[in-house]
Design a protein around this ligand. Structure first.
Ligand code: HMG
Ligand code: MG
Length: 299
């Protein structure tokens, strides 16, 4: 078995984690959460979305948050942008990275972004040609890669073609998203094998939601294929407003605990992220959706 020596944990809690919360979380709490994550030493923290506030009300304050956080050179702060309007805001706010998101599922594309897959690719082209002028990096997301809440099975070949399109357009990385957390390790291996025939494995990130409790097993499988970036969410926060029933992203603490067990370095201390996990969970008056965070407090 071979594993990477180092793995980059790409923290999605403030965006993918919080976007699905019904109660609007105060700006100060979001800023504290992000500042605490910065202190944990993450290299990338996705801090919000410049999407329509009518579609995702929880992210409406992302423009304020990006100004208030304690930015530092060694961390980048990607924001999600669905169209040119979002990109204009990202440019105004001097975002260092924007994230585009597409899917091979026509129905999910319509439900999530109100456009067809081919229209969404046009938007990606527009976004990338605009941000290139400002030296802003672009990350690509592919959703519903192991199953769609509306269409069921989604073609792995179509996902692989889209991954190749995103890299050709100029994305530095493509994150393969199991949006509804339904995939199992054999599915994940098949998909990642197919995608890695089209783009370098170093350019693939794994984004597993844990709805069916498969995320850690899936991660363990794709790590052995050479995946070096894992999207994780503090306290296992998360869900997609347009993927009914999808629960949180895999918890950062749980992944970190497993990586430590294997001997993979991340630059993040488990105790630090557990403290952040309890901070946001206490605010929400619930237990962290992380077995590790709960186990630590009971020791
Ligand atoms: P639309 O309704 O077709 O947009 O939505 P429109 O162009 O017709 O504009 C309608 C209104 O929205 C207008 O305002 C626009 O100005 C405004 P009005 O005139 O009615 O007052 N608007 C915007 N406002 C702020 N920022 C913008 C923006 N664009 C338009 N950027 C749109 C199309 C794409 C905007 C909408 O569908 C949308 O915002 N979708 C985003 C949905 C979303 O954020 N989903 C969750 C993220 S994806 C995810 O979680 C998956 C992921 O984690 C990976 C995985 O797990 O698989 C990434
Ligand atoms: Mg997600």
């Amino acid at each position: 078995m071979t594993f990477p020596r180092k793995v980059n944990l790409y923290e999605v809690g403030p965006r993918d984690g919080l976007q699905n919360e019904k109660e609007i979380i105060p700006i100060d709490v979001k800023v504290n959460l992000i500042n605490k994550l910065i202190n944990c030493n993450f290299k990338e923290i996705e801090i919000g979305s410049f999407v329509s506030p009518k579609w995702v009300p929880q992210m409406a304050d992302s423009e304020i948050i990006i100004d208030k956080i304690n930015k530092r050179e060694t961390t980048s702060f990607p924001v999600l942008t669905p169209n040119l309007k979002g990109v204009q805001k990202a440019i105004e706010k001097k975002a260092d990275t924007v994230c585009v998101f597409v899917t091979a599922s026509e129905t999910f594309s319509k439900k999530n972004t109100n456009c067809t897959v081919s229209e969404s690719l046009k938007r990606v082209e527009e976004i990338i040609s605009e941000v290139k002028k400002y030296n802003i990096k672009v990350r690509g997301y592919l959703s519903c890669v192991l199953g769609c809440p509306y269409e069921g099975k989604v073609s792995y070949e179509s996902t692989a073609d889209l991954a190749s399109f995103l890299i050709e357009q100029g994305c530095y990385q493509v994150s393969l998203g199991d949006t509804i957390g339904c995939g199992t390790p054999f599915d994940a291996i098949k998909l990642f094998e197919l995608v890695s025939k089209k783009i370098n494995i170093e350019n693939i990130a794994a984004h597993f939601h844990d709805t069916y409790g498969q995320a850690l097993s899936n991660i363990y499988a794709v790590l052995q294929m050479g995946v070096q970036t894992l999207d994780t969410s503090v306290a296992g926060l998360g869900g997609c407003p347009y993927a009914k029933g999808a629960t949180g992203n895999v918890a950062t603490e749980d992944v970190l605990y497993m990586l430590k067990g294997i001997g993979i370095k991340t630059g993040i201390k488990l105790e630090d992220i557990i403290e952040v996990s309890w901070y946001i969970s206490n605010y929400m008056k619930r237990l962290p959706n992380s077995r590790v965070a709960r186990a630590y407090v009971n020791q």
